[in-house]
Write a protein that binds this ligand. Structure first.
Ligand code: NAP
Length: 350
């Protein structure tokens, strides 16, 4: 039996950091060894620093780990990052420079030309960028791999089988995003109760640019973005977990409703072939009921790693429309990064 790799978590006390700890507690290949957070938490044990917000108990093995600063070196083989965007960029570069693979949720490096913006089911070939990144930045063992924004991942996963099979010309997506997407304590109760907030700073731009990169191809050491237009509007809604997106697509050729449904329902990819530990059996679950997907009923599908699609129908303006849902802190954050790490390990990068 191979030894487990020792993992550091940067931003370990936050909404995403806690998900990492929950999802890694029985992981067959990774074990939590180091935890890092802000000056408020440093020097305290995790139990003292963290107010545990997930159902159930804080896992016993992390309670006595002393929280560090998010700066190298840490006593681990690689780090997961869920630091706030304002500080993640520099901290992640310093870890990569010091020889640590960095697998991050945070946004600063997602659009760097030499950094994979990875969804293992969609663009595992983008890992080829790691060699160029190391050569270009002078990193020896370290590198940075990112996962997408928590709404982008839902939209890009739903578009991927359609793009592979028929080509997507354009896409219009309207999101309804959960409160946990804003971190803790997040949106004030007086703003979100009995309300919908039609603005999430930077989110529409992220969806529009990241989707094109994810669905693009690696050419000459960088990603050639997919030739499609993406338009996004984002809303914060009064739901705890689970981002919903109402999506309309125009395809590059005429196909039937059955072909669209079949392309989505039959989609499987590299993580399923490799049987990666966190890979759901079905990355996309198609539901036929007229009123699904719903956040409360469908966010845990595939242990939070499947995207659920429903309401597939012809559209009178573009070609087809449907609704897609994913768990924002699992498939949209910690679970996504862990699946990325599992793919990196399977391909010899860890
Ligand atoms: P959060 O709940 O606010 O947690 C932030 C974490 O970063 C905490 O551990 C906090 O530590 C730490 N931190 C804050 N300021 C710091 C500083 N100056 N130096 C070092 N550590 C600092 O946020 P979150 O929702 O977990 O999000 C974390 C990152 O993941 C963000 O970049 C976010 O955009 C991204 N993300 C979030 C989601 C989601 O659904 N929530 C999804 C995808 C990506 P203390 O407890 O010590 O303050």
């Amino acid at each position: 039996m191979n030894r487990k790799l020792r993992v550091g978590i940067l931003g370990a006390t936050g909404v995403v950091g806690q998900r990492f700890i929950e999802l890694l507690q029985d992981h067959p290949r990774f074990e939590v060894a180091e935890l890092a957070a802000s000056g408020r938490s440093q020097g305290k044990t995790y139990a003292e620093a963290c107010s545990w917000r997930l159902p159930g108990e804080m896992p016993k093995r992390v309670k006595n780990i002393v929280v560090q600063a998010p700066a190298p070196p840490l006593d681990c083989d690689f780090v997961f990052s869920s630091l706030p965007g304002e500080i993640a960029g520099e901290a992640e570069e310093s870890f990569a420079r010091a020889g640590f693979p960095v697998i991050t949720n945070s946004s600063p490096h997602r659009m760097d030309t030499d950094v994979p913006l990875l969804i293992p089911e969609v663009n595992s070939a983008h890992l080829d960028l790691i060699d160029d990144q190391r050569a270009g930045r002078g990193y020896e063992r370290g590198y940075i791999v990112t996962n997408p924004n928590c709404s982008t991942i839902v939209i890009a996963m739903a578009l991927a089988p359609l793009h592979q099979s028929f080509g997507v010309d354009s896409c219009i997506a309207t999101t309804m995003q959960a409160i946990s997407g804003a971190g803790y304590p997040g949106v004030p109760a007086l703003d979100i109760t009995d309300n919908v907030l039609p603005f999430i700073g930077g989110e529409e731009e992220k969806i529009e640019s990241e989707t094109v990169k994810i669905l693009g191809r690696v050419e000459g050491g960088q990603v050639e973005g997919a030739a499609m237009k993406v338009s996004a509007q984002c809303n914060r809604v009064n739901v705890l977990d689970g981002h919903l997106a109402a999506i309309r697509v125009k395809l590059t050729r005429a196909v039937s409703l059955d072909q669209v449904r079949e392309a989505l329902a039959s989609f499987t990819s590299v993580p399923q072939e490799l049987k990666l530990h966190s890979a759901p059996d079905r990355p996309i679950i198609v539901r036929e009921e007229v009123d699904r997907p719903q956040p409360r009923l469908d966010r845990e599908a595939g242990f939070g790693m499947s995207v659920t699609v429903g309401r597939i129908a012809p559209d009178s303006v573009l070609d087809y429309r449907f609704v897609a849902l994913g768990h924002n802190t699992i498939r949209g954050a910690a679970g996504a990064a862990i699946l990325n790490a599992e793919l990196l390990m399977a391909q010899g990068y860890l």
